[in-house]
Design a protein around this ligand. Structure first.
Ligand SMILES: Nc1nc2c(ncn2[C@@H]2O[C@H](COP(=O)(O)OP(=O)(O)OP(=O)(O)O)[C@@H](O)[C@H]2O)c(=O)[nH]1
Ligand SMILES: [Mg+2]
Length: 207
């Protein structure tokens, strides 16, 4: 088991509140309710991110600091508010777009985006729109499926193959996680730790 020490570094409602870009950052994006905050909590081993049954729970960008002493790595995990939340009013949508786009397009310490996708549904239209947008803007994406604990284990391969029969923009084969059972969480921790220790011991690098 890999040990991370984690803490909430800051909660930001505007780009001016973002902390200094000193460490490499891995951000989680995905549709509202897909399980971003839940996965953050599972990875951190603590309930630091707010989780809710109601979509649109996370409205701020939350930065979590991670130290992995055994690998001599420090980085930040960044929980973003979800996309595709229809009940948000126009001005709320505009605020969301401004905040998230500012982060994703201009954050020089952003090293990787984890795009979370519900394993029961695969990539839906707005997930594909995000993929195209990220690709067009040279943002590296790793797809991570969530809620796989809701699908029988014996069907996982079949589901994955079906999803991969259409092109998916992802650095490596998508991870499959199920926060309720802890499925895939340790593997994802290993992947993120290894990713963060590449090229730099936790320092932000030019893409
Ligand atoms: N069974 C199961 N339930 C999950 C999983 N991940 C999240 N959930 C549930 O899905 C709901 C939404 O989870 P959140 O983590 O708040 O989702 P979010 O993506 O952060 O949502 P927003 O902040 O609204 O964008 C909660 O009721 C979670 O308990 C999972 O892997 N398995
Ligand atoms: Mg959330």
């Amino acid at each position: 088991m890999i040990l991370w020490k984690a803490g909430l570094l800051s909660t930001c409602y505007t780009p001016a509140q973002f902390p200094p870009a000193r460490l490499r950052e891995i951000a989680l994006v995905g549709r509202s309710n897909v399980g971003k905050s839940t996965l953050v909590n599972k990875l951190l081993g603590q309930r630091l991110a707010h989780v809710s049954n109601t979509p649109g729970k996370t409205r701020s960008i939350n930065f979590f600091s991670i130290i992995c002493e055994s690998e001599n790595v420090s980085f930040l995990l960044v929980d973003l508010p979800g996309y595709g939340f229809a009940k948000r009013g126009k001005s709320e949508q505009q605020k969301w777009k401004m905040l998230v786009e500012e982060y994703l397009l201009r954050r020089e310490s952003l090293a990787l985006v984890l795009q979370l996708v519900d394993f029961r549904h695969g990539l839906l239209d707005n997930d594909r729109i995000f993929q195209q947008w990220a690709r067009g803007n040279d943002i590296p994406v790793q797809v991570v499926f969530t809620k796989a604990d809701k699908i029988a284990r014996g069907k996982h391969r079949e589901y994955l193959e079906r999803y991969l029969s259409r092109s998916v923009f992802t650095r490596t084969v998508p991870h499959i996680t199920g926060a309720a059972s802890g499925l895939g969480v340790e593997e994802l921790k290993l992947f993120l730790t290894a990713f963060s220790s590449q090229n730099a011991s936790g320092q932000a690098t030019e893409a």
